[in-house]
Design a protein around this ligand. Structure first.
Ligand code: AP5
Length: 228
């Protein structure tokens, strides 16, 4: 069993993890959110939940995600707007994989103003595409608690089984090499312009995401502590 973590205080900020598929957004966003007891809002996880439940959102999103393309802004924005209305978001939250287009970022800016938040703190996970294929093809995720492993670099103690809760580890359908290449293309074309968008606004913090998980975690913890 994993030791339960006691939150260190309220986050009181909106943190965005921006980076290519496999750069470590999910791994680090989960840790940061748990540290502050703040919601971890992964649009990828939300969409996969809709797909698993077969909701109208899920039925629309499924073939698009299987091709490694971005789901239309209109669908994602509705989902996000509904989620941040919930009371658990009132003291800040951590976005993982959102926003992903300039239109999403502009809409988010407006939403945050409406909810009384100042600008977001954007952590850009910088890494070369060459390192990402190994990370993504090796990724396995716990089907119960969502813990993220890697069969090459971060294996579980027992093959196929989560160390925390004994859940079966699964491979995401979009982690096949041909779909990964499409996801990287979508990132370069539609999401990477956000780096300059947030840099120009002065909200961007760059991290070398090729370092080890604990090293990246420590650097993020320090950067977020300096926000206080
Ligand atoms: P989403 O689920 O967001 O996937 P992604 O952005 O492609 O990112 P990943 O989850 O693949 O990677 P990650 O950066 O979180 O890396 P992780 O920490 O897991 O989106 C999926 C799909 O949903 C999209 O393709 C799109 O269709 C749709 N979608 C989602 N949001 C959308 C939006 N806003 N608009 C439109 N469409 C949207 O790590 C990866 C692996 O590397 C793991 O095995 C991990 O153990 C390992 N690892 C992590 N850090 C390190 C490290 N420092 N050193 C070594 N290994 C590491």
């Amino acid at each position: 069993m994993a030791l339960e973590q006691r939150p260190v205080g309220k986050l009181d900020h909106v943190v965005i993890f921006l980076g290519a598929p496999g750069s470590g957004k999910g791994t680090q966003a989960k840790v940061l959110a748990a540290k502050f007891g703040a919601p971890h809002l992964s649009t990828g996880d939300m969409l996969r939940e809709h797909v698993a439940k077969g909701t109208p959102f899920g039925l629309k999103a499924k073939p698009i995600m299987e091709r490694g393309e971005l789901v239309p802004d209109s669908l994602v924005l509705r989902m996000v707007a509904e989620r941040i209305e919930r009371p658990d978001c009132s003291h800040g939250f951590v976005f993982d994989g959102f926003p992903r287009t300039v239109a999403q970022a502009q809409y988010l800016g407006e939403l945050l103003r409406q909810h009384g938040f100042s600008h977001p703190f954007v952590i850009h996970m910088v890494i070369s595409h060459m390192m990402l294929i190994r990370r993504l093809t090796g990724r396995r995720t716990c089907s119960v608690g969502g813990e993220i492993y890697n069969i090459f670099d971060r294996p579980p103690k027992m093959e196929g089984i989560c160390d925390n809760d004994g859940g079966v580890l699964i491979q995401r359908p979009d982690d096949r090499e041909e779909v990964i290449r499409q996801r990287l293309l979508a990132y370069d074309k539609q999401t990477s312009p956000l780096v300059n968008y947030y840099r120009r606004l002065g909200f961007l913090y760059e991290i070398d995401a090729s370092k080890s998980v604990p090293e990246v975690e420590q650097e993020i913890a320090q950067a977020v502590a300096n926000l206080k």
